[in-house]
Design a protein around this ligand. Structure first.
Ligand code: GLO
Ligand code: MG
Length: 344
């Protein structure tokens, strides 16, 4: 069954291990070297922030940006890889301290809109039509600081701006309830789907569901995926895992709760995820304790868990499941799944 799904990750998933409490513990690996690792690890797609592809883009002209993006596309092609999506990094510049599209400062909001247009040029240069919007700082630490009614309009306007700038792109909003903000404006799949219908072209706006973010919102990732699938809006996924309500852990897929991972694979497989070209995207972090030479295991392991779970999903006795549902014997159904996961 391997090979039926195509996998992707972002260069930030191979990282130096810095956290808010301590510096990097591993050496940086330059972008070209990271690209060489993709195929070896079993991956075909590269997820990008705009400045992963074009570093220091704010210092370059639009023409220079496009030129650089096209060079990166050549590098990708040389490795047999494709760009899955581009995301505007709207959370590091000084002009995004108070948010990007929802900043209280109009000049900062204009910076965010302009940066987003440059990001779309990069997507074009890289040859992808998918945009991911993780709205990192669109929210508040202090509720009185912004107007949540106005914030929705501002986000919708920014999305409309992007849809108009490039008529071919699709935008996948990546909801997350908190971190870095205390409260984000688009915390769940439902919010993202709802906001898509306020835009000028709802069918071009969908979601990127990340396992850890859903868990942080106290919800179930497979149910959120089902919701998005019902609206035909599951444009991509960020699979990982998360141990309860704490900082965003981005653990290896399935490492915390194998059954929860099983159910995500189950709904994706059941509804032919990937058949329209969607990648199985990962957003996983190596533990800070990993040594340099083994700091990509989280990627290969997440992929291996996914593929093993595809087998388990397909070998689950469907007739037995249906029979137990008919009898309403959910205790036995519980045990059937547990036995299956335990290899019985
Ligand atoms: C952080 C997000 C982040 C995004 C990435 C792509 O919590 O998961 O990693 O997925 O920046 O926009
Ligand atoms: Mg993510």
């Amino acid at each position: 069954m391997a090979g039926e799904y195509r996998f992707s990750f972002g260069p930030w998933n191979i990282h130096e291990g810095a956290d808010p409490f301590g510096p990097r513990v591993r050496d940086s690996i330059e972008f070209g070297k990271k690209l060489k690792m993709y195929k070896e690890l079993g991956f075909d797609g590269v997820q990008f922030h705009d400045d992963d592809a074009v570093p220091d883009m704010d210092k370059l002209s639009p023409e220079q940006i496009v030129k650089k993006a096209k060079e990166v596309r050549k590098m990708l092609e040389g490795e047999g890889l494709a760009a899955e999506f581009v995301a505007p990094r709207l959370w590091e510049d000084a002009r995004t301290i108070d948010g990007a599209y929802t900043s209280n400062d109009p000049a900062c909001r204009e910076y965010a809109r302009e940066r987003s247009r440059r990001m779309l040029d990069i997507a074009e240069g890289l040859g992808t039509k998918l945009i991911v919007l993780w709205l990192a700082r669109e929210g508040t630490y202090v509720r009185e600081a912004k107007d949540s009614r106005v914030a929705v309009d501002q986000i919708v306007e920014a999305i409309n701006d992007m849809l108009a700038y490039n008529s071919e792109i699709k935008i996948a909003i990546e909801p997350k309830p908190n971190e870095p903000m205390d409260q984000a404006y688009i915390p769940t799949t439902g919010h993202a789907v709802a906001i898509s219908f306020l835009t000028n072209e709802p069918e071009r706006v969908g979601v990127n569901i990340e396992t850890a973010h859903v868990i942080l919102a106290g919800l179930d990732p497979s149910d959120e995926m089902g919701f998005a699938l019902a609206y035909d809006k599951l444009f991509t996924v960020h699979l990982n895992d998360q141990n309860g309500l704490k900082f965003d852990e981005d653990r290896t897929f399935g490492a915390v709760d194998l059954r929860r991972a099983f159910n995500q694979v189950r709904i994706l497989d059941q509804y032919d995820y990937g058949k329209k070209g969607e990648f199985v995207g990962l957003d996983v972090k190596a533990m800070r304790t990993q040594k340099q030479e083994v700091a990509t295991k989280h990627l290969a392991n997440s992929r291996a868990v996914f593929l093993r779970l595809v087998e388990l999903v397909r070998s689950l006795d469907k007739a037995k499941v249906e029979g137990l549902i008919e009898q309403r014997d959910y205790e036995e159904l519980d045990m059937l799944v547990l036995d299956h996961l335990m290899g019985k």
